[in-house]
Design a protein around this ligand. Structure first.
Ligand code: ADP
Ligand code: MG
Length: 268
């Protein structure tokens, strides 16, 4: 069974977003809808499913709807239409209480800005999410140490974030997301702020971590090389629409349209 299933998911930002829905059904574009209604289409009738253990990359240019989509996946923002099934349960129908539980037990998010607290040690930073969830001190510590070990930073627990390089800080961010042992990792441009070489290291690290952990990873990037390197499958977005989903090979060999073709032209 799919671990995540997204059905006809749409997000429109604005004061009366529902008014955009019939127009989207008629095939109106994002620009025309904005002109008519002053609503911005973030995601437009997106449909896909993700299998357990898969690295599913969502790729597209800036503004194509990637962040909106990944935030919908754990309901950090509310959809205008559509459903999101996680382990077969529709999270759009859940109460806040049920949703908190899914977030606590099932999904973690890694952000581009690692959002580490400067006055907390590395270990305390990793413990933070568990603390918010009300885990006991001993449990927090054990889980945080295990997560730091996974990203090979166990020797840095007592250091402060500013003493670490950018790549190491992002590994702390990753450890924090891994601390509650989620089934699903949501990573929004997690490596985009890193220097190219460090970024390659992080990609390798994620791939080797994945060998050990077998999480389901939804990985957002605007970088095609990165997408091809780490994705089992790639969903390509344009103006809120998923224009193609396929393995890296399928996308390279058989681009669905001219837009995808132009995207892959630049890759060597
Ligand atoms: P990406 O992550 O691919 O750069 P986003 O999901 O951030 O794209 O944005 C998709 C579209 O939705 C853009 O046109 C953006 O301006 C719009 N958008 C995103 N968040 C909001 C918001 N909170 N309010 C209004 N428009 C938004
Ligand atoms: Mg974004």
């Amino acid at each position: 069974m799919a671990i995540i299933e997204v059905k006809q998911l749409t997000k429109v930002f604005g004061s009366e977003p529902e008014r955009a829905l019939p127009l989207l059904d008629q095939g109106w574009g994002k620009e025309r809808i904005y002109k008519e209604l002053r609503c911005t289409v973030g995601v437009n009738r997106v449909h896909f499913s993700i299998e357990p253990g898969e690295i599913f990359v969502i790729m597209g240019l800036s503004g194509s709807g990637k962040s909106t989509l990944v935030r919908l996946l754990n309901r950090l923002i509310e959809p205008t239409q559509g459903s999101i099934l996680v382990h077969g349960k529709d999270i759009t129908q859940m109460s806040q209480e049920q949703l908190r539980r899914v977030r606590r037990e099932t999904m973690s998010m890694v952000f581009q800005k690692f959002a580490l607290f400067p006055h907390r040690t590395v270990l305390e930073n990793v413990e933070y999410g568990l603390e918010v969830q009300g885990a006991a001190k001993k449990e927090r510590r054990d889980k945080a140490l295990a997560a730091l070990q996974l990203v090979e930073l166990e020797a840095w627990g007592e250091s402060y974030p500013e003493q670490l390089s950018g790549g190491m800080q992002q590994r702390v961010g990753l450890a924090r997301a891994l601390a509650n042992d989620p089934d699903i990792l949501l990573m929004d441009e997690a490596f985009s702020a890193l220097d190219p070489l460090i970024r390659k290291d992080m990609q390798d690290e994620l791939l080797s971590l994945q060998e050990k952990m077998k999480k389901t990873i939804v990985f957002i990037t605007h970088d095609l090389d990165e997408a091809l390197r780490i994705g089992d499958r790639i969903a390509l977005m344009k103006d809120g629409v998923v224009v193609q989903i396929g393995t890296p090979e399928e996308i390279m060999i058989n681009p669905a349209n001219e837009y995808v073709e132009r995207f892959v032209e630049d890759v060597d």
